[in-house]
Design a protein around this ligand. Sequence first.
Ligand code: GUN
Ligand code: ZN
Length: 445
Amino acid sequence: MTQSAYRAQLLRFNGDPAQSPHAAVFDEDGLLIVEDGHVVAAGAWDTVSTQLAPGTQVHEMRDKLIVPGFIDSHIHYPQTDMIASPAPGLLPWLETYTFPTERSFADPAVAADTARFFVDELLACGTTTALVYCTVHKHSADAFFSESEARNLRMVAGKVLMDRNCPEFLRDTAQSGYDDSAELIGRWHNRGRQMYALTPRFAPTSTEAQLEACSVLAKQHQDIFIQSHVAENLAEVEWVASLFPGHRSYLDIYDHYGLLRPRAVYGHCVHLDDEDRRRMAQTRTVAAHCPTSNLFLGSGLFDFDRAGETGQPVALATDVGGGTSFSMLQTMNEAHKVARLTGHHLSATRMFWLATAGAAQALDLADKVGTLAVQSEADFIVLDPAATPLLARRTSRVESLEELLFAFALLGDDRAVYATYAAGKCVHQRDRERAHAARTAKIAA
Ligand code: GUN
Ligand code: ZN
């Protein structure tokens, strides 16, 4: 196999920047060498260039920054077309926009078309791995995985389970949900780079029988992911308490059914107490913090200080369509502000870690993605500090790595992503897509 090589500024992490001042590893003149979809070497040009095979073409990108591909730990692909829909809070938003939109996925053609657009959008934003909710329809998961597999992406997804408190047209049963999930696990889990997530939407839309069925599936398949929502909104928390009396907390319901464990990921975690957070730490269950969604739906403020004190594992997420952007840079922007409102300073260096190696570690994927370690999968992105006139002006004045990353996080979005690579192949090139869009517009005019 032939090597590909990229000479650029290079950032990756060897730990959590909140715990070590040397966690960020940065080479101002760096080189990344890739072969057969995997990283062969990453480091300073002076040392790593000796490993270049004779004749390898070196892509010169010294004015750009290579980082591992972003990981979005919670997103709903069927909600792509209803992003930015107004509602006075979570529950009315679900009723008015979400459920009717998800109904349209009864048509496999809608699922296939949306999956294609959704994956394009992820890649344009530099997201190479995501934990994805499909709809209740089994074929919606097939549509997503087929699209992801065609582009050789490392993705995690699952069919939503809902057998009560939702419209009849989106309801499965404890048995059919079990059967469909088991079939999808058999078809997709660990097929190439695809991985399955058991996906009970949230406790209110599952009966005890359905949660019991999840418990059985989770026990049968120890290495699958589990994803759901918890303690997003106060009205939701009250509703859950009335539906499941006798539990210490909302989180305790999932605990009761054996759904807290490594590779279990819960969206939001806004209204938890420290006992819940410690339980998540103990079981290595991950909180997917969704700042743009929490602000948009007025759900509340995630508490980074309490998460840090209790050891609760955290990753960042967009939660589109409750979230308002596919961009993990925009997600960092809002995460920083949410943290500020709770008296916590969230550095850009830590936010980049949370969106790459930190997420990979929390999700038990660090041997595969998020690090650019030798032999890991070559999912990386090329960021452009001069993507917009304002970014160019600001980044030309930065005096530290933290300032550079902070400018990307606060001012960046899909425009800052110059190129996205998955398993060593270019799967998005900003200027090529722009030229294509311009040509298409001209033909249409
Ligand atoms: N809780 C249950 N379903 C959803 C959803 O689709 N989005 C959000 N933000 N919260 C939920
Ligand atoms: Zn969600």
